[in-house]
Structure formats: C-alpha cells, structure tokens
Design a protein around this ligand. Structure first.
Ligand SMILES: [Zn+2]
Length: 322
C-alpha cells in the first residue's frame, strides 16, 4: 500500500511538472512568426545596402514594419509582402535612414487599394526632433507648409477613403510601454539612448513569441535588457566596430555591449544589422567579441532573407521570392 502511495506521488509530481513546462514558451511554438530584412544598412549610399527596415511576418502576412529607411521599398516589392496587410509601422527614431521612405509607402498604399487605417508609432519630440505626430503633419498636412500636401487625404477623416495614417507618439519614460494591436499581437517599446536623439527599442509579441529590435542606441541606459528579456530574437544594430571613436560610441553599441546585453537578457538568437562601411568590414572580429559574453547563436542580417524565431534548424529560410 505504501509503495502504491509513492507511485501516486511520483505521478502527481510528473503531471505538475508537465503543467509548469506547458506554461513556459517554447521556441518550437514560434513557427508562425518570422522576420525579413528589407534594409540591412545605415545612411550610406556606397555600401550596396538599403537603409534600415524590417518586416515581421505573422501567419504568412507582413503585419508590422520596423523602420522605413530609403531603398527598403524596392526590397518590399521583392519580398512579395502586401501593403494592405500591414497593421503598423514602428519607427525607432526620426533619422533619415530610418524614416525617409514613409512618404513612398504612404503614396504606394493608394495604388494597392488599401482600405484600412495604418498606425505609425514613434518617439516623442526632443533635442530638435519633432514628435512622430508632428513629423507626419510636416510631411502631409495641407494646413501647414508641409512637404507633400497633395497626400493630405491620407491624414484627414473623409468619406472618400478609410485609408488614413494615424500617427502615435510613444513616451515609455524608463519602463516598458505595451499596446495590443489584436487578440494575439502586441507591440512594446522602451526609450533608449542614441546620443541626444529621442529613440525607442521595439518588441513585437505574437502569442508567447517575441522579436526585439534595438534600433540605434548606445546601450548605456540598460533599458534594452528589460525589453528584450527572454526574447526569441534580438535584432541589434551593429553600426560600429569595437575601436570606434567617442562620438560614434555615444550613438551606437559596441560589439562588446551587444554581447553583454544579449547575454543579460537571455536572448535566444541574435541578428546583427544596420551595417556601415566601418562595421561591415569587421563582422568576424565583432562576432568574436560578442561570443566572449554571449553564448547564443549570432547571425548577420541579409536583405530579403527570412529569419525564423522558432528553434530547430538554422533558423534561416530562403527569401519569400526565390
Ligand atoms: Zn541609423
């Protein structure tokens, strides 16, 4: 009888353990969410790369764009993404290499027959930069001296179209800000230090899976560790090598800092992006430095390549086209 009771206890422990494991997100559950790089570069035009931009694909549809740098629009076409599927564009900051293609995408939406609102989330104003809402007004508002008043139909409520751009200023103020876009899809952000420039790191969360984007930042606030905690994938901007100068280090993370943040946050997989001539020539050295503190897998972003969040194989797929 005593032996039977022992068996019962063991079985109960096994059942309880199984329940605990079932509540822990497993990377194998993350096969419905992938990312695709549209722009792996920074602001240079002699590096053969488009400026910063990424798509987050969910259940085969491109739902979120993170940054909209110049040149990314051609890769958007090649990706075969449908602009009408996009629920939101998340801007890390309002530097040219992250935002200059916004008018291109907005105008293109007229020709794709988009019928729904498009949310654009980005930072608040500071250090001579407009807020995201003021940035959109400066581009499209026909009541001001905007750059493209002929596109003002897309920011004014009117009968002729439901395709309106809805900008939002996000001010996380040193804590993770989060908002649901639909039942299973949320976005989260935290403020990061990119010199004096108002800047955000972003996370896209689908069910129990997430991908985090550092944006441009120097790592000094410690905030990216909070946002990226246990994330399946961190896309970290690698704009400088380890031996960069003081000004560049005030704007960007060194490889050492990328490695330390990735380890502290228990990032499952790391992808380096936002290459510049000064960093792309040192990726082997930078990867070695990162590997000294980070034990996970490190990949380099390649334009149009799809990167899986799920574990298992290499995590890289051929591009959505061919
Ligand atoms: Zn940049």
């Amino acid at each position: 009888m005593k032996k039977i009771n022992q068996y019962v206890v063991v079985i109960m422990v096994i059942i309880a353990s199984t329940r605990v494991f079932a509540s822990i997100p497993s990377d194998e559950q993350c096969h419905d969410i992938n990312i695709q790089t549209l722009g792996a570069g920074g602001p240079e035009i002699d590096d053969g790369l488009a400026s910063s931009s990424f798509l987050v694909w969910i259940n085969g549809k491109a739902r979120i764009m993170v940054d909209a740098g110049g040149g990314s629009t051609l890769n958007f076409e090649k990706s075969m993404a449908n602009f009408n599927d996009l629920q939101a564009i998340l801007l890390t900051h309002l530097h040219v290499d992250h935002s200059a293609a916004i008018p291109v995408y907005i105008k293109a939406g007229f020709f794709t027959g988009r019928k729904t609102h498009l949310a654009i989330f980005g930072p608040n104003a500071g250090a001579g930069f407009p807020s995201t809402t003021a940035f959109i007004s400066a581009l499209f508002d026909d009541k001001q001296n905007s750059a493209y008043p002929y596109l003002s139909d897309n920011i004014r409520e009117q009968a002729s179209t439901d395709y309106l751009v809805i900008p939002h200023n996000v001010s996380p103020e040193n804590a993770v800000w989060q908002q649901a876009l639909s039942k299973d899809l949320s976005i989260a952000a935290i403020n990061v230090v990119h010199g004096p420039v108002p800047a955000l790191a972003w996370k896209v969360i689908f069910k129990q899976c997430s991908v985090t984007f550092s944006g441009d930042m120097n790592g000094s606030s410690g905030h990216l560790v909070l946002l990226a905690k246990d994330t399946q994938l961190l896309v970290a901007n690698n704009a400088i090598g380890q031996e960069a100068g003081r000004v560049a280090k005030n704007l960007h993370m060194t490889p050492k800092i990328i490695g330390e943040i990735s380890q502290q946050a228990n990032v499952h997989k790391l992808v380096l992006a936002h290459f510049m001539l000064r960093s792309v020539s040192k990726t082997d050295e930078s990867r070695d430095i990162i590997k000294k503190s980070y034990s996970g897998e490190v990949e380099l972003a390649k334009e149009l390549e799809v990167i899986k969040l799920s574990s298992g194989d290499s995590g890289v797929e051929e591009s959505m086209t061919d």
